[in-house]
Design a protein around this ligand. Sequence first.
Ligand code: GAL
Length: 436
Amino acid sequence: MSRNMRWLVVLSLVTIVLVALAACAAPTAAPTPTTAPAAATKAPAAAGGKLEMFSWWTAGGEAEGLAGMYAAYKKLYPNVEIINATVAGGAGTNAKAVMTTRLFGGDPPDSFQVHAGLEVASYQPDKYLQPLDSIFASEGWDKVFPKDLLTLLQYQGHYWSVPVNIHRANVLWYSKKVFADNNLQPPATFDDFFKVADTLKAKGIVPFVMGDKEGWESAHVFETVLIGTLGADGYRGLWTGKTAWTDPKVTTALNTYKKMLTYINSDHAALTWDGAGQYLIDNKGGMEIMGDWENGWFQSKNYTGYGYAPAPGTAGIFDALSDSFALPKGVKNPDNAVNWIKLAGSKAGQEAFNPKKGSICARTDCDQSLFNAYLQSAAKDWQTNAIVPSVVHGAAAIESWATKYKDIMALFVTSGDVAKTQADLQAACKDAGICK
Ligand code: GAL
């Protein structure tokens, strides 16, 4: 099956949810911006003034990637002052709420970060964002982004953001030294994972590192355990209603995850994802499951002693997400904003951003020699693997459901209550209007 076909399942969910959202769209008290924005097609003027770009990219790798794109922008528009508006917190934990307040309060930045997929719905794009259809057409983006990604980006028949990358969520990172010292191979299955974990535990090394300070990381890891347990179709079905959350395999996944959590570092609740990664750098920890922004972070630390493999049970499956940039209505610097959007979708922009960010290009024509070995392998997997959408990073479900899922799994780290958690997950699916 082609990659496009594989994403069709994702897209059918998008359609279902769009219909549901249209049916229950409630009127909102939020003000509609009154200043008419410059049309997205307007030719950029000779640039001066400012560009305020909003994101949550503050960690190593993330910040360097963004700085790379800013440098590319400055090369083209040296007289524009870039305001790097960031709200720290992985996966947008804090940034999304701030962004919503700014957008709905009539104080939008010139552009902001949003995941490709249903996440954009929570920003009420028809009211607060400018459709980018004419830019997609003028830049020829329908020919350089994969078709499936183009479809994922469309909401209510329009493009609202330009994709800058593809990230993979289901990666198991490991310390090559720790593994070599203990004659270990990266675990392909959960059984292997527990064997490796027991070996490391016996040696006084933290087998499995986690940093769940921000409340999304547990849900991220569990997303990969669900994929590893239910397979690509079974996992996709959880978000479309084809797989029941009451399925015994979900129970198995919860029990597996509960057991995995018995191997984590005791300071997990005090650490962020990158803080946990330090265990690997110090050879005090064996493995971490995290998205491939970890690759960008390792690079920013000049750390090369890491190995990588698909998270247990997920070989041949690519748990995907894409960062993109949107253009609000009523921005202060419309021409500079359009220029930013155009750069973000361009080959030069994506090549300046992704090698440092630790992601592959959303475009299909980037020069692979600019990317490290991990990213070259990810680019190959992106072409050949089954693609499933990440829920924690905006691609699989509407934001309210993704948030509930995230909160339920954050709680699970301390409760370990499999039955209650499964019931809560089922209830969240019901609330989203997908399960009966
Ligand atoms: C994801 C985002 C990535 C990376 C990560 C950790 O949601 O797509 O680009 O920033 O969060 O912050």
